[in-house]
Design a protein around this ligand. Structure first.
Ligand code: NAD
Ligand code: MG
Length: 405
């Protein structure tokens, strides 16, 4: 019997939470996958250890000093060549020998490389939801034109993908789908009052009850901006109107999302909250791979609870919804303002409850235009960052209160 060719993978954001889980799954299947490239921002120690373990052809560091240091620290006989910056990223996603790109850079920084992978017709494992939120139209168009295979890695979208009719993922309403039910854990502040959230610290916001994730997405989960971004992500990936997606808070994070059909059937995907399930699904699709995730013990789980989200205590969900309805570059602006505000919160610069205020003020100030190209989207992103940064100055000067404009 002929031995199947190993699939060649580039992992972007390899030192992060999704990146390390991806390498954990890959390491379980050396007969199936070969790592072509790893890419990260600046964590040299982690990247060096990954290079020694996986012997990629390339290691890309965004940061120039980190690239130089990595080069110095790699053994002289290492097979890995170090590349630097955005052009290095583009090279390792578009190389003809690459089959699969795991897009797991955090934030807007992932947009150019995610778009390049889509345009190059790769199998795109999409974790970097911000790129779809910012440039959904461009990214989906690139996927269609190149014939790329987009497989969602975000656990909810991966669950929806699994529950959709096999022949109807791109046109679900024509295949009997009536609604998508997007589950949300509710985050660590699910039962906190607004007054308690005013005093929330970065470590409290990052202490997610079920998932272990990077700090930015952890804060987004605490504010429910993550669910807002995911609502938009679902609309783009499955060609849905926002009215066809309901958010349901499910604190145990066992049901990862559901698809409701016209006949009253509701299909759900369940599992332990461990991203390796979705990652293994993406890597193996259409086959199933062992992921290292322990089997679900329903008796030990005992309860599955559900409640409606509270958009009054969590205004970020409303802001994301309104930005998507506004269309154009509003979502890119919303995303950029959120990234600036979350970074400031993590740096102890503003309060947790200031995050939606920065976003709302920024949306009011930045013009909404048609997102006709990557540079238009990048311009909106840059403008929003500048405006949002201006508000941060006001917050700091006024002890956490934005001045009236
Ligand atoms: P993380 O902070 O743990 O890791 C981010 C990775 O991106 C790191 O390897 C970092 O070096 C790299 N990076 C950061 N800036 C970069 C830049 N400018 N250029 C190149 N690389 C850069 O983040 P994470 O939690 O792994 O999340 C990654 C993405 O996956 C995010 O978009 C997040 O929303 C999404 N996601 C994460 C999870 C999760 O469980 N962690 C679940 C669903 C979706
Ligand atoms: Mg998710």
């Amino acid at each position: 019997m002929a031995v199947a060719k190993r699939r060649v993978v580039s992992v972007l954001g390899s030192t992060g939470s999704i990146g390390t889980s991806t390498l954990d799954v890959i390491a379980r299947h050396p007969d199936r996958f070969e790592v072509y490239a790893l890419a990260a921002h600046s964590s040299v120690d982690a990247m060096l250890a990954q290079c020694l373990a996986f012997s990629p052809r390339y290691a890309v560091m965004m940061d120039e000093a980190a690239a130089t240091l990595l080069q110095k620290r790699l053994p002289a006989d290492a097979v890995t060549e170090v590349l630097q910056g955005e052009s290095g990223l583009e090279d390792v996603v578009t190389a003809p020998q690459v089959d699969v790109v795991m897009a797991a850079i955090v934030g807007a920084a992932g947009l150019p490389s995610t778009l390049a992978a889509a345009s190059a017709g790769k199998t795109l494992l999409l974790a970097n939801k911000e790129s779809l939120v910012m440039g959904g139209h461009l990214l989906m168009q690139a996927v269609r034109e190149s014939g790329a295979c987009l497989l969602p890695i975000d656990s909810e979208h991966n669950a929806i993908f699994q529950c959709m009719p096999v022949d109807g993922r791109a046109t679900p309403s024509g295949k009997g789908v009536s609604k998508v039910l997007l589950t949300a854990s509710g985050g660590p502040f699910r039962q906190w009052s607004h007054a308690q959230m005013i005093a929330a610290t970065p470590d409290q916001a990052c202490a997610h009850p079920n998932w272990s994730m990077g700090r930015k997405i952890s804060v987004d989960s605490a504010s429910l901006m993550n669910k807002g971004l995911e609502l938009i992500e679902a609309c783009w990936i499955f060609d849905l109107a926002p009215a066809s997606v309901d958010v349901v808070v499910h604190p145990q994070s066992i049901i990862h999302s559901l698809v409701q059909y016209l006949d009253g059937s509701v299909l759900a995907q369940l599992g332990n909250p461990d991203m390796r399930t979705a990652i293994a699904y993406g890597l193996g699709w259409p086959e199933r791979l062992e992921s290292g995730v322990p089997p679900l013990d329903l008796v030990a789980t005992a309860r599955l609870d559900f409640e409606a989200p509270d958009e009054y205590r969590f205004p970020c969900l409303r802001l994301a919804r309104e930005s998507f309805a506004a269309g154009g570059t509003a979502m890119a602006v919303c995303n950029a303002a959120n990234e600036v505000a979350v970074a400031a919160f993590l740096d102890n610069g503003i309060r947790f409850t200031d995050i939606p205020v920065v976003i709302e003020r920024t949306l009011e100030q930045v013009d909404n235009v048609e997102p006709t190209s990557l540079s238009v989207v990048e311009n909106a992103d840059a403008q929003a960052r500048q405006v949002a940064a201006g508000f941060l100055v006001d917050f700091r000067q006024t002890g956490g209160r934005v001045k009236q404009v």
